[in-house]
Write a protein that binds this ligand. Structure first.
Ligand code: B1M
Length: 209
């Protein structure tokens, strides 16, 4: 019987080598990789997400837990592909044009990945046409991050570009970043706003049904 609890607990503690070993052990015992992902890695990342929301853990702990998650993912990723386990969906995330802040965006990406989604990293200073291309490449959700009040308008410009390209109706748009509010997200026509990385992972699950 695979030690799912041990995998989750080691991930929560940020113990990457232990997570890797326990995941490998579970694989060697014949545990389906999808079960390891759901009951071990995602379960552990959910706990970190909840604790982060309640300010019980902070950015460094989340980064260390995410590193442990990646150690486990490295073992099962090739097997997931082989066994045809599909990700829950595809999310493309980038920091908008003119903005170079990516620490929060990267945390958001890790939490969304930890929730079982495929994440396309569009990077920083992302022009509208790159979001459009991501939508054409199969992203179901486009995520935009902005940390500067001066780059918040870039979000509306990108949404307008998605509309003009005829892909707006086939995707969902989520936005976030310290200066944003739900009211701003509503005003620019985004489908969702999340104040932090854990809420972003919850939002993705709500937007992809
Ligand atoms: Co800059 N910076 N910065 N900066 N920087 C801020 C944002 C600022 C508030 C500092 C200040 O003045 N007090 C200020 C913005 C003021 C404003 O517009 N309101 C500012 C400024 C002015 C600037 C420059 C203009 C400074 C200058 O050159 N004169 C310049 C701009 C460069 C550019 O982007 N074009 C600049 C540059 C930089 C550095 C390059 C030095 C560096 C960025 C390094 C990097 O990211 N690789 C930097 C940093 C580190 C900061 C602070 C100190 C920290 C930002 C951060 O990483 N926070 C910041 C001040 C502060 O916040 N104390 C500041 C931690 C991170 C985990 O939080 O990014 O909010 P956050 O992400 C959260 C949520 O917002 C949310 O989830 C995350 C995790 O919970 N979230 C999303 C974020 N994206 C989301 C997307 C979602 C959903 C949720 O869906 C898609």
């Amino acid at each position: 019987m695979a030690d799912f609890q041990g995998i989750a607990d080691s991930l929560i503690k940020g113990q990457a080598p232990q997570v890797k070993d326990l995941v490998q052990q579970a694989v060697d015992e014949g545990t389906p990789p999808g079960d390891i992902l759901t009951n071990g890695l995602i379960a552990g990342m959910s706990v970190i997400g909840e604790r982060f929301k309640k300010n019980e853990v902070y950015v460094p702990e989340v980064l260390i837990a995410a590193r442990a998650m990646h150690a486990g993912m490295d073992v099962i990723k090739p097997l997931l592909a082989e066994t045809g386990v599909k990700p829950k969906g595809v999310v493309a995330i980038g920091t908008v044009k003119g903005d170079l802040h990516d620490i929060g965006k990267n945390l958001v990406m890790m939490m969304i990945e930890g929730a079982g989604f495929d994440v396309m990293n569009l990077g920083v200073d992302v022009p509208p046409e790159k979001y459009v291309q991501a939508a054409k490449d199969g992203a179901q959700i486009i995520g935009m991050s902005a940390l500067l009040t001066t780059t918040m308008p870039s979000m509306k410009i990108a949404i307008d570009a998605l509309t003009a390209a005829g892909v707006r109706e086939s995707i969902k748009i989520m936005v976030g970043g310290a200066p944003l509010t739900q009211a701003f997200a509503d005003e620019i026509g985004a489908d969702g706003y999340a104040p932090d990385a854990a809420s972003a992972a919850d939002l993705v699950s709500e937007l992809i049904v």
